[in-house]
Design a protein around this ligand. Sequence first.
Ligand SMILES: [Zn+2]
Length: 436
Amino acid sequence: MGIFVRHLFSNDFIGSGPELGAAGFVPLHGPNDYLMYAGAGGNVRMGADRNKYGSGFFVKGNLGPLGYNRSLCIAIHEYGHYLFGNNHSTSGIMTSNGGLSINDMFMSGYEKYKLGLLDTLTADYSTTNSFSMRDISGRNGSSQTPDFPQILKVPITSTDFFIIESRRKISDWDVYMLGDTSRNDPFHLTGDYGKGLYIFHSNSIGILYAGNVDIECADGLWSWGDFGYENPDWTNADTVPVKLRTSLPSIVNNDAASVFFNNYSNADGISAGPWFSIGKKHVSVGQTGTDRIYTNLSEYWTSRERFGDRWDAWNVGYNEIFSPYSNPNTKDVNNDTTGIYIYYHNLANGIAQLKVYRAGFNGYNDSSILASTPPSRPMGLTLDYYVETENITHPMITWNHNKEPDMLRADTRKKYRIWRATYTNMNYVPVGYLSN
Ligand SMILES: [Zn+2]
């Protein structure tokens, strides 16, 4: 049984302590071992503890009157406490960070794996390096031969591992990206945004979470700074802080596990929890802004990156290699190098094709894997303009160099190739490119 309290006015009549003012709570209160039914087949009792004998949940409008989506998501989260104990996390249904309460309506790959809901393949990189995965929903390939897994587990040790899932949004309920253009509406159409591979890192044994399960966001770990306050796209009457990326960590380690949210060093956009990204601000309340890649403006748009955005998934042609040199990288739970490379190289008929290598296994070492895989994505690509004279303006592109040791160098400088697209007149947008 679920009890939904639409709006908490001034008094929260449910319990005391941590449940007071909370978005939800389990279990329902009542006498322990309360006898619900007595019959020839046995007695049915209900417990008052948060365990397999407890029952029910509360959902409360602690942030104002509950709408459908937030009610649903808090209910999913509270039910999750029966499955996963008392833990909270930065991924999956055990997220608890405002918004809809959870960051992922479909459970994280890690949570599905923990419950044993889906077929999981453990990547044995000591015998093979090629792996294929089907969509997480399992709706595009149960009859395929071979029957590809829905979850790929890449072990580091027996208790430390990465979990990978391929999300193609075949199911309407497959919503990881609740920020960005979905704006906390899980059923808002957002096209290809949010599709891709999601990678989770956990050092854990048993059914319970052993701590935070970090999502390895493809847009990297950063240091974050304060840039004042700004009106978000839902109100002109209030402001929220502007937190933006400032620099890359000099040594990229795992997200801090001790501080889940509002963590501003060596943190991805889920852990730092920014409300804004650079781009074009919304024109009026209720409308959405525009990301910087589609505008020349450097205003703040309400991206709600904290709830997941279009840049978190790993995709071919965007960020396709998760390795010792990428950001984030494949370090283990103790921030030691694992030598693991995960390369998402192709998507065909909804099947994601990956290469998984580990230095010291299947005849590979660090340099032979580097030779077989592309470099990681240069981070922090920004476009500015350099005004040479009144009539001459040059585009200026800057980025943070990537760290693979085998990059071509001229003197001490790493070499990059830059292409530009041109057309003979301004009537058409150029396609393709001319080299150099
Ligand atoms: Zn909770």
